[in-house]
Design a binder for this molecule. Structure first.
Ligand SMILES: [Zn+2]
Length: 242
């Protein structure tokens, strides 16, 4: 069942750049925000202060430090923040543990998300989605997917099958800006795909290529186009060596 947002609309999604190529996403409704994967606290707190925003929630997709490194500092600065994360992560800090099928509601911001488990990049990885947006951490990238650090190719393939079923218009908010490199790789596999050429020409003009959409990914992402897990594995190995 898809989480339904009764009051859409005042919600805006803001990217904060961190490290080399991370995005920390803020979901803002009238000055109250949820923060997705704050790997670094400073750029987030600076942005919150200079824009008079108040964080109510932190949503974590997985345990890598470039996604959680800022959590405790933000919590210390804003003790009312509620932290959500994967049940299997076992973080030291206090958080609400989520697994597949859970729905998370943040009434202060007027949003709800459903949770899917997407092991592959890490064993603990989850994603948050509703009818408008998908926050997919390092599972799905624009024209790519996360590296397999802990899971198998079969697990990641199955995880991506779940994301393929989301509404075509769902906006895809990934945690890294890897798009151009990913499109270059996709073009090396499929030299004459006009959709890839067009995507490359459009995206190369942007400093931020996100969000993507499920429709765009279904049409151009080689990892979603792979027809089975064997083919997926082959493409993943080629990308690792690209
Ligand atoms: Zn990661």
């Amino acid at each position: 069942m898809r989480a339904h947002n009764p009051s859409h609309s005042n919600t805006s999604i803001i990217p904060i750049k961190a490290f080399m190529d991370n995005y920390i996403w803020l979901i803002n409704n009238s000055g109250k925000v949820a923060i997705v994967d704050p790997g670094d606290a400073k750029p987030v707190i600076d942005y919150l202060k200079s824009n008079a925003l108040y964080p109510k929630a932190i949503l974590i997709t997985h345990k890598h430090s470039d996604h959680i490194g800022g959590v405790e500092t933000i919590k210390a600065a804003y003790p009312e923040v509620i932290i959500y994360g994967p049940k299997t992560s076992s973080f030291d800090f206090e958080y609400i543990a989520l697994s597949e099928g859970d729905t998370l509601s943040i009434p202060d911001i007027g949003i709800k998300f459903d949770v899917l488990e997407t092991p592959g990049h890490t064993d603990d990885h989850i994603v948050y989605y509703n009818e408008e947006s998908l926050f997919c951490g390092d599972t799905l990238f624009a024209c790519g997917c996360g590296r397999l650090f802990e899971g198998t190719a079969e697990q990641m393939y199955e995880s991506l099958q779940k994301l393929k079923k989301l509404d075509l218009k769902t906006k895809v908010y990934c945690a890294h800006e890897y798009t151009l490199e990913n499109i270059r790789f996709a073009m090396s596999l499929d030299k004459n795909n006009p959709l890839l050429t067009r995507r490359f020409n459009e995206d190369k003009l942007k400093s931020n290529t996100l969000p993507s959409t499920i429709a765009t990914e279904l049409a151009t992402n080689p990892f979603l186009l792979a027809e089975n897990s064997e083919k997926f594995k082959e493409i993943r190995l080629k990308k690792d060596a690209f």
